[in-house]
Structures are given as structure tokens and as C-alpha cells.
Ligand binder design. Structure first.
Ligand SMILES: Cc1cc2nc3c(=O)[nH]c(=O)nc-3n(C[C@H](O)[C@H](O)[C@H](O)COP(=O)(O)O)c2cc1C
Length: 311
């Protein structure tokens, strides 16, 4: 079974992907945080920095697009193809209010005719394989069955399912019954995403769904960067490695963007990392409120010196 790194805006940009891939090789694909192609059909320099062509990064990367226009998708797909990418992913899950208000991301899940038109346009014209990353509905899971039937009509390379509705954002129970329905009915290769934080959970999914094509790990893999290695029979994460990964990320961010920016980026990483240090609440709170790079490094150092990660 393949293992993917989930796209996470503000977290899994090119610097993060390079550091993780160099220190913990084995993740099969890294999905980029979404790029939103504009009507003027030009990627901003900032967007291009976010994706880094494959020959430059050496990281197996799948760019993700967020759009409701098949013309804009197909333009961007052509550009990405000429940069050397071999697959493109469509975001059908982003729950942000501004995105949903524009009818993009999970906003499309509440308008099946519009979604159908978009997918028809995309699959009629795309040259690269296109995978879809979806939630199970906008406000509730009522529309999951028709949504699944709709997806199944298109030759998507893979259907990546985060079994929550848009309203549920990133917390609360996963609707595993909705995933089970997809497993029973859908003919597309499937990928499970959501709350995978341990090797035992990956194995449980593999046992329950023997034909599962892939799992996609987000926050769990940010916190425990060795999860895929361990799943493949390698060593579990050592504390010294976790600290080295933390320090390598900070240094790479500081080199590329400066110390202040690196501090902000590491605060995002610590939102995930703190789950491994439940006894270090006071220090983790200091990091969350902190506004200074040296202070962040001081509190991070104390956590690594005084606490063991709970894996
Ligand atoms: C900070 C953050 C940023 C995210 N950005 C994206 C994104 O750009 N595109 C996307 O499809 N999903 C995005 N997601 C959703 C994740 O890809 C994933 O579906 C979600 O975190 C559930 O997986 P997990 O429980 O393994 O983290 C984001 C999630 C978080 C927490």
C-alpha cells in the first residue's frame, strides 16, 4: 500500500518536503498545498516557488489545484506537465469560508450539477492523470451516495477521501462508514485520509480494506516523521532524530526566509508536535504564544531535554 504526505497549507511547502524527504525517505508522494490558478493564466512567482519542478527538488511531488473552472484547471495542468509533473490533484475538500463562498473546494460538494460540469470539462481535456481529494459532503453526509456515484463515472487516477463534512473541519469523529461505502461501491483506486497517527491504525485500515490503494497522512506524519518508515518495517522514531528533524526544519526555514519567518513556520509545526508531548503543556503553550525565534528554540530545547515523546 502506498503512503502519501497530505497537502497542508502553511506546513508542507517545498522546504518542509525537502527536509522530510531527505531525513525520512520512503513516503511515496507529497501533495503540495493548493495552488489556485487565476483567469489570466499566469502562475505568480510565489506559486512557482511552492511547487518546485521535480528535477530540482528530487521529491516525488503531486501539485494540487483549487478551482471551479475546467478551463483554468486545464491551463494549469498543461503548465505543470511542461514543468515535468506526472499527476495533478483537484481539491474538493478545502473548508475555508472564503474558498467555499467562491464555490470552490468543499463548496463544490453542495452543487452536484456544477461539480459534474467541472469534472466533465477536466476529464475531457486533461493529458495527465488527475486524482481527486474530497470530503463526504458540505453540511451533512446525505449527498455522499450521489457524490460517490458521480465520481465513479470519471477516470480519476485515485479518489482520496477525508471522511468528514465541510462543517466538521478537521476535528471530531471520522465517518468510517462513509469510507466503507466507497470501498464497497466505488471502482476507483481509493486512498484513506484523516487522523492516521500510528502504524497500528495503518495496519487496521489495511486489514479492513485489503484493496486499499493508499493512505494519506497529514498531522500525524508532521508530528512523527518516521511513521512511514516504521510501517515499512524500519525503526520507530528516536527522540534524537525528532530533535534533529526539528532543528533541520528550523535551519532550512531560517536560511531561506530569515529567523522571524522561521519562527512562525515552526509554530505551525509545533501545533502537530505538541501532541507527542502531552506532559509538556506549559512549554508548548509558551511556543504557541511566542513571538521570538530564540525563545522558540529555548522552549523547544527544554521540551526535548525534559520530556520523552509519546509515540
Ligand atoms: C493547516 C492545514 C492546512 C491544510 N491545507 C490543505 C490544502 O492545501 N489542501 C488540501 O487538500 N487539504 C489541506 N488540509 C487538509 C489535510 O490535507 C488533511 O486532509 C487533513 O489534515 C486530515 O488529515 P490528518 O488528520 O492526517 O491531518 C490542511 C489541513 C491543515 C490542518
Amino acid at each position: 500500500m502506498l503512503c502519501y504526505f497530505a497537502p497542508m497549507e502553511g506546513l508542507t511547502g517545498p522546504v518542509f518536503r525537502e527536509v522530510h524527504h531527505a531525513m525520512f525517505p520512503g513516503t511515496d508522494r507529497y501533495y503540495t498545498p493548493f495552488l489556485a490558478p487565476t483567469q489570466n493564466h499566469q502562475f505568480a512567482a510565489r506559486d512557482l516557488r511552492e511547487i518546485l519542478p521535480p528535477e530540482r527538488s528530487g521529491v516525488p511531488t503531486v501539485p494540487q489545484l483549487l478551482t471551479k473552472s475546467s478551463a483554468d484547471f486545464l491551463w494549469a495542468e498543461g503548465e505543470l506537465r511542461s514543468l515535468g509533473f506526472e499527476e495533478v490533484n483537484l481539491n474538493l475538500g478545502c473548508p475555508s469560508s472564503t474558498v467555499v463562498a467562491k464555490g470552490k473546494g468543499s463548496g463544490l460538494l453542495g452543487d452536484l450539477p456544477r461539480l459534474e460540469e467541472l469534472l466533465e470539462g477536466i476529464f475531457a481535456g486533461c493529458a495527465l492523470p488527475v486524482s481527486l481529494k474530497t470530503r463526504i459532503g458540505l453540511k451533512d453526509a446525505e449527498s455522499w451516495e450521489p457524490l460517490l456515484a458521480l465520481y465513479d463515472r470519471f477516470p480519476a487516477a485515485e479518489l482520496i477521501i477525508h471522511p468528514r463534512t465541510r462543517t466538521e473541519l478537521y476535528t471530531g469523529n471520522i465517518h468510517e462508514d462513509a469510507f466503507a461505502l466507497a470501498y464497497a461501491r466505488c471502482t476507483l483506486p481509493l486512498c484513506f485520509n484523516g487522523e492516521i497517527r500510528s502504524v497500528s491504525r495503518i495496519r487496521q485500515l489495511e486489514n479492513r480494506y485489503p484493496k486499499l490503494h493508499a493512505v494519506m497522512l497529514g498531522r500525524g506524519l508532521v508530528a512523527n516523521p518516521a511513521l512511514v518508515r516504521e510501517y515499512r518495517g524500519g525503526e520507530p522514531l528516536r527522540k534524537s532524530e525528532l530533535q534533529a528533524y526539528h532543528d533541520a526544519l528550523y535551519t532550512a526555514y531560517a536560511d531561506r526566509f530569515g529567523a522571524h519567518n522561521a519562527m512562525h513556520r515552526m509554530k505551525e509545526v509545533w501545533i502537530c508536535l505538541r501532541t507527542l508531548f502531552p506532559a509538556a503543556g506549559r512549554c508548548s503553550d509558551k511556543i504557541a504564544r511566542n513571538k521570538d525565534a530564540d525563545e522558540l528554540l529555548y522552549w523547544a530545547g527544554r521540551i526535548f531535554a525534559e520530556f520523552d515523546p509519546v509515540l
